[in-house]
Design a protein around this ligand. Structure first.
Ligand code: FE2
Length: 352
């Protein structure tokens, strides 16, 4: 048993609000400079950890050493045509955090039910337990690294109507209103861009917005906005203690375009798993920092261009997270395709 109840006792149940990330001490990583033979898997492995108590910061250094490479995706990016869309406003490219009501949006419970429904295809929960803390899920297959195992998880997510319903409710009542609010704030501050009259966005210095968004804000003014959200979302299951990590990359390597925003949220408690996504604040900054946010919080960042990775999970707990991307209005070109990508995320369109 984990201290699951305690870990989630402080779950936030506020209405959706948005805050800008507080700066923290950066961790710098070296440039990549060699060719990589394959970019199919996001995750990698290295030599076993010498100590099960290896700290997250030490693991980060190992990820750095293993990812000093230029991938096929980066090479293809240099030769393929780019999307026909203007650059995202700076306010949307900066990292932010959204909070949602965990009583209303029960993604944690939906994820538990999802993994239970997979039976023994992916793993099991402790026998005899009346509760099913996600952190105690014990994968029986290499669900973090194995392509075959990840396909099982992908299909399980795609076939789970309850989980998908919870996901779409979160997207449509929290995430898309946030994005619409940011677009409207951008138009108010820079009227020339309203109605797509102009593409230039750099007049807003530093993305210095602090925006509070509620569901009521959406639709209160301005024209409808089009959004293209990933469907189904990506669920990551990272058991520990293992030496596998998610390699450092930017999503442009995998066919995502600059008009998309990444959203990442933990479903397990960082205080237990001590593992989370690390991101840089701006493309090429290499000031990597952990998104050590609690359940009930969603991190928004521009993962198409900002590099990110996941260090090994050195604890005995399993980390589970949810991530997805949203294409934003006219900044997203739905007709564009990255021909070199082996697979593309499915998506749905919605106007708000
Ligand atoms: Fe990514």
């Amino acid at each position: 048993m984990t201290s699951h109840g305690e870990a989630h006792a402080e779950v936030n149940q506020r209405r959706p609000v948005v805050e800008k990330r507080q700066p923290r001490a950066p961790l710098r990583l070296p440039e990549r400079r060699q060719l990589e033979t394959s970019h199919d898997a996001h995750s990698c492995a290295r030599e076993p950890l010498t100590s099960a108590s290896a700290q997250e910061g030490q693991s980060v250094a190992a990820v750095s050493e293993s990812c000093r490479q230029l991938t096929k995706g980066e090479l293809f990016l240099q030769s393929e045509p780019r999307p026909n869309a203007p650059p995202l406003p700076a306010c949307l490219r900066s990292e932010r955090r959204l909070y949602f009501d965990t009583a209303q949006h029960q993604l944690y419970q939906a994820a538990c039910a999802l993994l239970k429904r997979t039976g023994d295809r992916l793993g099991t929960f402790p026998a005899g337990s009346s509760v099913t803390p996600l952190e105690d899920f014990q994968p029986t297959v290499d669900v973090f690294r194995s392509f075959k195992a990840r396909q099982i998880l992908y299909r399980a997510v795609a076939e789970d109507a309850s989980f998908l319903e919870a996901y779409e409710q979160l997207v449509c009542s929290v995430v898309l209103p946030y994005l619409k609010g940011m677009l409207e704030a951008h138009e108010r501050d820079c009227p020339s861009v309203a109605g797509h009259a102009a593409f230039a966005d750099e007049s807003i210095a530093g993305g210095g917005y602090h925006v509070a968004v509620s569901c009521r804000a959406a639709g209160s003014f301005s024209s409808p906005k089009r959004f293209f959200y990933q469907f189904p979302p990506s669920v990551r299951v990272q058991p520990g203690p293992r030496d596998h990590f998610g390699r450092r990359h930017r999503d442009a390597e995998y066919g995502h375009q600059e008009g998309e925003i990444n959203f990442w949220m933990p479903l397990t408690a960082h205080v237990l798993t001590r593992t989370c996504l690390w991101v840089e604040s701006t493309p090429g900054a290499h000031d990597f920092h952990p998104l050590d946010i609690p359940y009930g919080c969603i991190a928004a960042f521009h993962g198409t261009l900002c590099q990110h990775f996941v260090p090994p999970n050195s604890t005995s707990y399993t980390r589970v997270s949810l991530d997805f991307r949203v294409g934003v209005d006219s900044y997203f070109d739905p007709s564009w395709q990255f021909k070199s990508a082996k697979a593309q995320h499915g998506r749905k369109e919605m106007s708000l």
